[in-house]
Ligand binder design. Structure first.
Ligand code: 13P
Length: 243
């Protein structure tokens, strides 16, 4: 399976960053599918700067409804109109900062699909849950309750304790979790789930990307901090599997 290398810019980035970053990534040799998810304010600029290239643009959240009196929110059809093809949903920072639970994530995933976007639904355990031996149980439960029936999108496994910490699980732990996620997806969604990409996220850097991306059932990476520099993002993409 051709891997997807997705950059999550979180609440970073200025208008002045867009042109140079877009020019660097759009001329890169295409070893993987590339996606950049900037803050809402840069979405349309990125979409324009990357138009005609193979690099896709995505958002980091959407509201479950297509429109309405919801101050400060942005709907999935609005994202599509701005040029997004993907939307990250249920990131652990949304779950903790905004109290998003699995039911909210599922409603957002349904809204994204209805608007023609590909949702990237994030799951992952906390450090306490891993230490208690509950990591797989927690992730299976998140999948069960966050993914709508017939889900045709991307899943991102991001252990909460690995995000922004410089720590990653061992390659054996990543491989075991991705195998468990694949099994859960097949049980939940049926044979079509064999084709879904399962990304790994959490402190993916140029120096650990090759070992993580070589693992079975790792369909790509969701990259935070290292996606802000085109050079690092491209270094990660350069070791992705072409499938
Ligand atoms: P870092 O790569 O900065 O650890 O962030 C991972 C992440 O949260 C991507 O969504």
């Amino acid at each position: 399976m051709r891997q997807l290398i997705a950059g999550n810019w979180k609440m970073f980035g200025k208008l002045a960053d867009v042109t140079a970053f877009a020019n660097a990534v759009k001329t890169a040799p295409a070893g993987a599918d590339l996606l950049i998810c900037p803050p809402f304010t840069l979405l349309e600029r990125f979409a324009a700067a990357l138009q005609g290239s193979a690099v896709a643009v995505g958002a980091q959240d959407c509201h479950p409804l297509p429109q309405g009196a919801h101050t400060g929110d942005i709907s999935a059809p609005m994202l599509a109109e701005a040029g997004a093809a993907y939307v990250i949903l249920g990131h652990s920072e949304r779950r903790s900062d905004h109290g998003e639970n699995n039911a909210v994530v599922r409603a957002k995933a349904e809204a994204a699909i209805a608007a023609g976007l590909t949702p990237i639904v994030c799951v992952g355990e906390t450090e306490a849950e891993r230490e208690a031996g509950e990591a797989e149980h927690v992730v299976r439960s998140q999948l069960l309750h966050s993914l709508p029936p017939g889900f045709a999108g991307v899943v991102a496994y991001e252990p909460v304790w690995a995000i922004g910490s410089g720590r990653t699980p061992t390659v054996d732990d990543v491989a075991a979790m991705h195998a468990a996620i694949r099994a859960a997806l097949l049980a939940q969604l049926g044979p079509a789930a064999a084709e879904l990409r399962i990304l790994y996220g959490g402190s993916v850097k140029p120096d650990n990307a090759a070992s993580l991306l070589a693992l079975p059932e790792v369909g790509g990476a969701l990259v935070g901090g290292a996606s802000l520099k085109a050079e690092d993002f491209l270094a990660i993409a350069s070791v992705a599997q072409r499938g």
